[in-house]
Design a protein around this ligand. Sequence first.
Ligand SMILES: *Cc1c(COP(=O)(O)O)cnc(C)c1O
Length: 409
Amino acid sequence: MEFKEINPSPRTLMAPGPVEADPRVLRAMSAHILGQFDPEFTALMNETMEMARRVFQTKNAQTYTVDTTSRGGLETVLTGAICPGDKVLIPAFGRFGYLLSEILERCGADITLIETDWGSVFDPEQIEAELKKQRYKAVALVHGETSTSMMQPLEEIGRICKNYGALLIVDTVATLGGTEVKVDDWFIDGCIAGTQKCVSAPSGSALITYNKAIEDIILARKKVEKGIRTAEDKASSLPQIPSNYLDLAQLQDYWSPRRLNHHTEATSMQYAVHEALRCILMEGLDNRFARHKLNDKALCAGLTAMGLTIFGDLKHKMPVVTAINIPEGLDGKVLRAELLNDFGIEIATSFGPLDGKILRIGNMGYSSQKRNILFTLGALEAVLLQHKVKLPAGDAVAAALEVYREAEQ
Ligand SMILES: *Cc1c(COP(=O)(O)O)cnc(C)c1O
């Protein structure tokens, strides 16, 4: 046979996605295929909905997955909830904030973009000041901005949006499963996450949840396809959702007892999501967040001991991503390539204004382990030493170990 069997090299995935999948998730993916209307399969879907509610910390009935990546999940919720002409405020503090505006532009939304420097977040007052100026249908923003490693506090923003009658739609792709995301307590109306970051499954599914306010919009836009339409399917009173594949109105019916026929569900990916959510709940949300926090503390202690500086406003750094300033005279691309080729470790560069200036290290899901943190620190030190960077050799791993020792006491 001229084509070889797939046999990828083992890697330590320390970029902010994709990250290593829990082996239990990979095993679940190799189970027998079931038909999408098989009662065994629909029972599993119902369990996935219930587990996803616990992970999102919500009671929203509409909590399920879409067969797409996180970006597709964002597009699904935004194209469903936002009608052409709706005013949407986007406070952007990095690349993924701009992605929200790219998606919303194509929905025909009337967008107001407010920006802040990459490496910082917004004060809730800045958002309130904007909401005072005019009435907005929604505010769309990112929780953990992976491109800058900054995390926007949401508690107050949700309350402000509610006071001004604006929906709050949040991208928690990088944070769900790694740090607190409280959909109900924070008054988030629509929330989107993925599977390949802190949830620790392969890429290929998006987790979404939305409340009654968004569900009402979706229902008013619903148009069931000719061929499967029945007498109970009324004409829509709001503009029809422009995407057929990412049509929340029909997807919602597939995940409801009606089990409306839409696309063929990705069975193996559903197994993966089910097992990944089960692993999160088995570990316990608080334990899981504490694990990420401890590994973050050890990583930062190690990087600092090496003489590196951490990028951005440290008060608002995500516990699951750390960006380091690339030392003077070094090429980030070369450092990354050496980490990959010599050590099998993947870390990430950045985009836009930070391209070539910072390197980003993920600490997510199954990849967030003591051994990975120590290995990454040791490898990074070796790579920097090869480039004649003067650093206190051995201090990085020792500083991280000290953090772990303290935590054990
Ligand atoms: C990774 C990421 C995305 C995009 O996810 P895909 O799965 O690649 O589509 C969107 N938003 C944030 C904040 C991310 O970190």
